[in-house]
Design a protein around this ligand. Structure first.
Ligand SMILES: N[C@@H](CCC(=O)N[C@@H](CS)C(=O)NCC(=O)O)C(=O)O
Length: 203
């Protein structure tokens, strides 16, 4: 299978980590959706990464859907539990983490708009989402080794990716200062080869 990804996309990083954790072989097609010669719209009409194309030519997007597809391949470790409600809870953690990432991406793009076009209130609104999201993540991580059950799940991986993205784009947030459980969880995640090997380049 082929994964279309940019090296800085946190959503694509989540999928690269899942593939690494499951030791699934794939071809990485590095492509930026912002470049004029991008081929991403050929596999994802929404023009976003990540997009995954199976060996049979079927294309999957967006990242939660790709995560669900990878789980169907049956490769260990299992990262979404079988039990339906527990699986929904893991997906809820993924949605919270992805939502924090969405807010950070929106704030970043807004902050890069030219003087006069930039809205400080849009940025502030996104920062509030990040702050509230981090607080809920912290409560869920408190007193536990992993967010769900006794093993790492997709929820932990998505959370680590969101925290790593804040480190990359908004280091001044300093989320570690007020979120000790997330700090501990992130230290455990960031030491894994799957995270180390997918650290985004600066820029
Ligand atoms: N919800 C999507 C978000 C994907 C996304 O927004 N990717 C960004 C890169 S970080 C992108 O491709 N943006 C290009 C665009 O919005 O045109 C997912 O989880 O896959």
């Amino acid at each position: 299978m082929k994964l279309f990804a940019s090296l800085t996309s946190p959503y694509a990083r989540k999928i690269r980590i899942l593939l690494a954790e499951k030791s699934l072989p794939f071809d990485l097609v590095v492509d930026s959706p912002w470049e004029s010669n991008t081929r991403i719209p050929e596999v994802n009409p929404l023009g976003k990464v990540p997009a995954l194309v199976t060996d049979d030519g079927e294309a999957f997007f967006d990242s939660p859907v790709i995560a669900g597809y990878l789980e169907t391949l049956g490769a260990a470790p299992q990262l979404i539990p079988d039990e339906a409600l527990e699986a929904v809870r893991v997906r809820q953690s993924e949605a919270l983490a992805d939502g924090i990432t969405d807010a950070a991406v929106t704030a970043l793009l807004e902050s890069r708009r030219p003087d006069g076009e930039r809205s400080e209130s849009v940025i502030a609104r996104q920062m509030e989402k990040i702050s509230r999201g981090l607080d809920l993540m912290e409560r869920r991580a408190s007193g536990r080794e992993w967010l769900h059950g006794s093993r790492m799940t997709l929820g932990d991986i998505a959370t680590g990716v969101a925290l790593g993205y804040l480190d990359l784009r908004f280091p001044t947030i300093g989320w570690r200062d007020h979120h000790p459980a997330l700090k501990t969880l992130a230290e455990r995640l960031f030491a894994r080869p799957s995270f180390v090997d997918t650290v985004p380049p600066a820029g």
